[in-house]
Design a binder for this molecule. Structure first.
Ligand SMILES: NC(=O)c1ccc[n+]([C@@H]2O[C@H](COP(=O)([O-])OP(=O)(O)OC[C@H]3O[C@@H](n4cnc5c(N)ncnc54)[C@H](O)[C@@H]3O)[C@@H](O)[C@H]2O)c1
Length: 366
């Protein structure tokens, strides 16, 4: 290449970058409840974001969000359709109840917006299929809100496992146990306990943990079986349709096994609660959440696989804006987000149908 031309191209790339970083990304937030408020805090910290519109059907939440974003003086609107059509909005965050994600995200994509959509991407295979198709047909950025993938220590531990530090991964044991149900009169109490709106505990919450399992195994499951039920909180809150516990087995390619349990009644004082992912390989095992490697054999000291790092709680949001302004790969693209949602839906269907359900039964090509 001719030297002058090379300098010209370099100059224009730098100029484009400078322009991009000076032009704020007009941003709208749909759903300003618990998670939406947190996301809004993160958006306000991004140097290249300007909050142009806030949307929620609950006026008190909208007011609270408007106060938090007063610096940017955003418009407020209870109608999400109007918000995504705004010309001054380039990017849309969706933090509404799960059954609305797919419809809202598809509409935002079709309106030409970049989309950050909270997990799960859908609560049915049809919702996930439709969103996958829409995002794949768009040249805008799409990020699913599985922010664990933006944690540096976890990422480093997964990378070391994928490099073979414990040989081949052959089994995973994971759980998401909570010490209590979500508050029945809490911020999300009006949709969370309705399985048609949240998808249930596995789809709404364990989707994070199931995504970690897929990540570390490097595949999605081929089939699942298991049982779930409402054993502690029967008809509590009244009309409850989501399970409060479940036990599942997933099988992955090459016969890799994954065992997953969930419940909302693990006493805080009892050990081994909360969330963990134990990864067993042919040459040792890893406790993923602490990034600790346990070599085989007795009397062998555990090894730190990835040191603790300073984590930015808004790293996932920053990565979304980087994808828009710098063209870096999204931290969780639509394929990863859809695969996680479908993994949870697969397990949920197995528990509800009380039979082995195959990935191919879901009818979604990821
Ligand atoms: N990534 C994470 O770690 C994480 C953490 C918490 C929640 N979430 C996800 O965020 C989403 C919201 O959860 P939450 O805890 O904030 O619930 P929430 O009930 O506190 O907030 C949801 C908000 O959406 C609003 N809403 C409902 N229908 C709407 C509509 N048609 N138009 C506009 N707004 C509407 C509600 O009024 C409410 O304010 C869920 O999908 C949840 O799974 C993700």
């Amino acid at each position: 290449m001719n030297v002058d031309r090379r300098f010209f191209l370099l100059g224009s790339a730098l100029a484009a970058q400078a322009f991009q970083s000076e032009t704020p990304i007009g941003t709208a937030m749909i759903g300003t409840g618990n998670r939406g408020s947190f996301l809004l805090q993160g958006v306000l910290k991004q140097p290249n974001a300007k909050v142009r519109a806030l949307c929620d059907i609950k006026p008190d939440r909208l007011d609270k969000a408007a106060s938090a974003a007063v610096r940017d003086n955003p418009a407020t609107d209870a109608d999400w359709h109007r918000v995504i059509e705004r010309k001054d909005v380039d990017a849309v965050f969706i933090a509404t109840p799960p059954y609305l994600h797919s419809e809202m995200a598809i509409a935002a994509i079709q309106a030409g917006k970049h989309v950050y959509c909270e997990k799960p991407l859908g609560v049915t295979p049809a919702q996930v299929r439709a969103l996958l198709a829409a995002a794949r047909g768009s040249n805008k950025v799409f990020v699913a809100g599985q922010q664990l993938r933006s944690q540096k220590q976890l990422g480093e531990a997964v990378r070391r496992i994928q490099e073979g530090v414990i040989g081949d991964v052959i089994m995973v044991k994971a759980q998401r146990h909570a010490t209590a149900d979500l508050p029945h009169d809490g911020t999300s109490g009006d949709w969370y306990f309705d399985v048609t709106k949240s998808g249930g505990y596995l789809i709404e919450q364990s989707v994070h943990n199931l995504d970690l399992c897929n990540w570390v195994i490097g595949a999605h499951p081929v089939r699942a079986c298991g049982f779930g039920g409402i054993l502690m909180y029967r008809n509590d809150p009244p009309g409850r349709t989501i399970f409060d516990c479940g036990s599942l087995t997933y099988e992955y390619p090459k016969g890799v096994k994954m065992s997953f349990t969930q419940n909302v009644f693990h006493p805080a004082s009892m050990p081994n609660g909360n969330q963990y992912v134990s990864v067993y390989g042919t040459k040792g095992a890893v406790d993923l959440m602490s990034a600790t490697l346990y070599p085989p054999g007795s009397g062998v000291q555990p090894v730190v696989l990835a040191p603790k790092q300073q984590e930015d709680q808004f790293a996932h949001i920053a990565a979304f804006y980087d994808s828009i302004t710098k063209g870096t790969p999204p931290p969780v693209d639509v394929k990863v987000g859809a695969t996680a949602a479908l993994t949870a839906i697969l397990g949920h269907q197995a528990m509800v149908q009380e039979k082995v359900v195959n990935w191919s039964d879901l009818g979604v090509d990821v």
